[in-house]
Design a protein around this ligand. Structure first.
Ligand code: GLU
Length: 323
């Protein structure tokens, strides 16, 4: 009992952020947060470049975070690979690299806060038990949301369980700088989503909220694949009384079949041998219209031009770019 109390107190202390609160930081702070599940492919480099240019064109900081919590998916050597690729493309980050794996106590602290406010519950449903529970013609539940089976159960801590957030059937809207107004019904479109998985791993949705806060991030520029996830993150920010950053979701690169380039679709690693050519091509894809004179110039020169001329509005309402 005594030991438990001490543990709880130390968690409460860890709720303090490591940097000053984002509210008192007026300057732009952006970030790029790759998962070390393989080398960067063209799609992830495009996101990195857009996020870098947006930050630098506003004299902002650009931080690098390695999203390495999902250990079963991490691939050895990826971190070094990602850092080297960013370096080769002149995408130099500020401050030291933030590794999620070094912040477990912070996530636990914030989770404890939600638990104290009765906003979470334990869930021991297996993926298998949930499959088939929702029929295809069930329009009310077309997003395959969790039907709340464990919401009112009392599952003991020693039973293997995930931790879910209780969501309400409320509408949540935000304005994306490129994609416009996004409105979701939390309960209907997302349901009680997982904060901590049954295997003990902190879920992405939860970690990203804590990380952005701890890093003081006030501008999130990332791929459109995460656009529909953003309402969950804003909902969590609200529940934790954390500030909501500005969001800008850039289109993702899709292959000829319309699939997003990803490690799953076996997208190839970017070639670091001629970074200026790749950068030029990416600027074209980002609709920056780089002048032909810049073909073959040094990476730094190209980036300097791109920072000075960065104008993302040509991508408004565009969610995917064909290669
Ligand atoms: N780590 C995530 C990914 O590689 C990105 C997280 C984010 O930008 O919020 O897809």
């Amino acid at each position: 009992m005594g030991a438990e109390l001490v543990e709880v107190q130390s968690l409460a202390i860890q709720l303090k952020p490591q940097q000053s609160h984002p509210d008192v930081q007026l300057a732009y702070i952006g970030r790029f947060a790759p998962s070390p599940t393989g080398p960067l492919h063209l799609g992830s480099l495009l996101t990195a470049l857009a996020s870098f240019l947006h930050a630098r064109s506003r004299q902002g900081k650009w931080l690098l975070r390695i999203d390495n919590l999902d250990t079963p998916r991490n691939k050895e050597g990826s971190i070094t690979d990602i850092l080297n690729t960013l370096d080769a493309f002149g995408l130099h980050w500020d401050d030291s690299v933030y590794y999620q794996s070094q912040h477990i106590e912070n996530y636990e602290g914030f989770l404890y806060k939600l638990e104290q406010n009765q906003l979470t519950y334990r869930c021991n449903c297996s993926r298998k038990s949930l499959t088939g529970m929702v029929s295809d013609d069930d329009h009310e539940n077309k997003h395959n949301i969790y039907p709340g089976i464990c919401r009112n159960k009392s599952i003991t801590p020693d039973t293997p369980h995930a931790i879910r957030l209780k969501t309400e059937p409320c509408s949540l809207s935000f304005h994306d700088e490129l994609q416009g107004l996004i409105s979701h019904n939390l309960g209907k479109q997302h349901g009680d989503f997982i904060l901590k998985r049954k295997d003990g791993i902190i879920a992405y949705q939860f970690a990203v909220v804590v990380d952005d806060y701890l890093q003081g991030v006030n501008h999130v520029v990332r791929g459109c694949d995460l656009l529909e996830e953003t309402p969950k993150q804003i909902y969590l920010q609200q529940k934790l009384a954390l500030p909501t950053p500005a969001y800008l979701h850039v289109p993702v690169i899709v292959d000829q079949h319309g699939y997003k380039l990803s490690k799953q679709t076996l997208a190839t690693a970017v070639d670091t041998k001629s970074p200026n050519k790749t950068l030029f091509d990416l600027l074209v894809l980002l609709k920056q219209n780089p002048p032909d004179e810049l073909i073959g110039t040094k990476v730094n020169e190209l980036l300097g031009w791109a920072i000075g001329n960065w104008q993302p509005n040509g991508l408004a309402l565009c969610r995917a770019i064909n290669l």
